[in-house]
Design a binder for this molecule. Sequence first.
Ligand SMILES: C=C(O[C@@H]1C=C(C(=O)O)C=C[C@H]1O)C(=O)O
Length: 256
Amino acid sequence: LSLDTVRDFLTREEDTIVFSLIERAKYPLNRPAYDPVHFGAGAGQRLNASFAELFIRESEAVQSKSGRYQSLQEIPFFAHRVPFALAPPYNFTRELYLAAASVNVNDAIWSMYFSELLPVLTKNGDDGNYAVTVDSDLACLQALSRRINYGRYVAEVKFRDDQQTYTSLIQAKDRDALMKLLTSEAQEDVVKKRVEKKAIVFGQNVTLDGPIETGVNNTNQANFKIDPSVVYKLYDQWVIPLTKEVEVEYLLHRLD
Ligand SMILES: C=C(O[C@@H]1C=C(C(=O)O)C=C[C@H]1O)C(=O)O
């Protein structure tokens, strides 16, 4: 684990996030899937949960049983832990400090995704394809959660690289100073510009005639599958600030 390897991980996760957003944007908003009372007297109403929530709970139970959460990189949105039983355990290397390893901001990711991101990512409309739609929501949520909660690994590396300074700030519980110390504005700028460019490059229609259009200049906004500025904003306003929040929380528990 080094700053280079954690940055490589975050860079590769950008591809996963952009592709998953492109997939979700294939479907209209499909609002009834998110409305707890829509499905009448069905399970959703009994549990006061939306179809999306029920689908994600059930999917996470299957994935938990299959061992997904044996890896500390993966954190479920619903804390229920169905015993892991379908495959033999794998002995993952433990790079995180155990008392801080469960720090996460999944609740904030959940509400940001449904109330802020979905309305600007999708077109209005209802085509009834609720299961495939919320399956693509789950893919987005898992990618965002993995990326943002990876702040734990980033913080671990930064702590090991400068133990003395971090230790005194952690002992003083000085959140603001920790935030300042772990921030690299130059790096954040690179990340935001790169992820916007990925939305442009990955979101184009590919045809056999004509040149491959990869420049930012000759691109027609209307041709992109997702709006690149939405992806820039997603990183600027939520992904990066939440990652840093995870970093600070992790550090505050790093000496427990
Ligand atoms: C992840 C890092 O820590 C911070 C968070 C960043 C991010 O979420 O992309 C970028 C730079 C830092 O301010 C890093 O230094 O790479």
